[in-house]
Design a binder for this molecule. Structure first.
Ligand SMILES: [Zn+2]
Length: 390
């Protein structure tokens, strides 16, 4: 048997409320973790830790569960740095900018797209992300969406079919025809590579009726639904997500009282993506309102070349604390256990016995430093399935 003892942990975030200080983070001081067969086998006081085959002393550093980034768009080519620069001098962000990336992605080879995904997943890993969801959505043809998902599937099991990202230019005069394509031949080609189906439900993209049609078609093919909604303005997407019992509805920047009530009364996770508001200089979602209403909240990067070209979950945590009035504990929980809930995963995002041994050693005495020291590389080591990766 190959067991590993991680010891010398100054502060352990277990996200297991039954242990440690009794808070949702389940904090333990002077702790140890035993890993066996890639899973957490024991957590507790370092002085009571059982023996293991090998041991690794983290020297008083903090250890947290690996981040679960439940929303990214990593299958793309090119970048939109010029668009970002223009935006910073006053050009507003619109959904139409996505088409710029569609042209570049269609022109790229499979090898170029796969290399780009691997590069970004590596970048995420070095910043502490151990589970990532990846969407298609920059191909928007049957062949380009299917190859996007086949490439994403090489990097993660959390793949999402987002053929309904925007209506591509060749269907500009026939959006109903494009919905038929998405729900027909494109879904047929993509379903084998996808776990999830998603729609950008927003003015300039798809309306609620189109979203409902596409989500139902995906569900009929075994894909569970999630939704982009209420990013650029108020809309019906959040209530639709709650009505359909989707795992998550993402963005949630413009919410009515009815939207918040619907979220609070549902099992749907509200995923907040503050990298978008940062990068588009837009008002942040009101996280405090959602948390105080009892909604489940996740934080994710939305890493994509247009509206949020950051892969950094620590940045998202810092923004959530500074700009969205989440506490550091709420933000870390949302970036780990919240992301896992948004992906309907019980095996990641926490370090209770039996969980995947996906954990991050911070070069800091406390998780508080994630928000307290923004922009500083605090990731000392990342374990995935109990194996050190850095
Ligand atoms: Zn997105």
């Amino acid at each position: 048997m190959n067991s590993l003892l991680l010891t010398g942990i100054g502060e352990l975030v277990s996200n297991h409320p039954g242990t440690g200080d009794g808070t949702p983070l389940g904090l333990l001081r002077d702790a140890a973790v035993v890993v066996e067969h890639g899973r957490v086998a024991w957590t507790g006081a370092a002085t009571r830790a059982p023996a293991a085959d090998t041991s690794y002393d983290v020297g008083g550093r903090a250890v947290i569960p690996g981040f679960v980034d439940s929303h990214s768009h990593l299958v793309f080519a090119g970048d939109r740095a010029e668009e970002f620069a223009a935006r910073m001098t006053g050009t507003p962000y619109t959904a139409g900018g996505i088409r710029t990336t569609v042209y570049a992605t269609r022109a790229a080879t499979d090898e170029q797209l796969a290399a780009n995904v691997a590069r970004h997943v590596g970048e995420m890993r070095r910043q502490g992300t151990t589970t990532v969801e990846i969407k298609s959505g920059y191909g928007l043809t049957v062949a380009d969406e299917a190859r996007s998902l086949a490439i994403a599937r090489q990097a993660t099991r959390e793949t999402t079919f987002l053929g309904a990202h925007v209506v591509p230019p060749e269907y500009a005069l026939d959006p109903a025809g494009y919905v038929d394509l998405v729900t027909g031949p494109m879904l047929d080609a993509c379903a084998p590579y996808a776990r999830w189906v998603d729609v950008f439900c927003e003015t300039g993209a798809f309306d609620a009726d189109q979203a409902r049609t596409i989500l139902r078609a995906g569900e009929a093919r075994g894909l569970a639904g999630r939704l982009h909604a209420n990013q650029l303005g108020p809309g019906p997407g959040v209530r639709l997500a709650c009505e359909l019992g989707l795992a998550a509805v993402d963005h949630c920047t413009y919410l009515s009282d009815a939207d918040v009530d619907a979220l609070a009364g549902s099992g749907t996770v509200a995923t907040l993506l503050p990298g978008v508001e940062f990068s588009t200089r837009s008002p942040y979602p009101d996280a405090r309102r959602l948390l105080d209403a009892g909604c489940r909240v996740a934080l994710a990067s939305d890493c994509n070349p247009g509206s949020s070209y950051t892969s950094s979950m620590p940045l998202c945590i810092a923004l959530a604390v500074r700009e969205m009035r989440m506490t550091p504990a709420e933000a870390l929980h949302a970036a780990t256990r919240g992301g896992a809930a948004a992906l309907r995963r019980d095996d990641v995002g926490h370090l209770a016995d039996g969980a995947a041994a996906d954990l991050v050693v911070l070069d800091a005495p406390s998780y508080l430093h994630l928000a307290y020291r923004p922009g500083v590389p605090l990731v000392h080591q990342v374990f995935v399935g109990g194996a050190a990766t850095l």
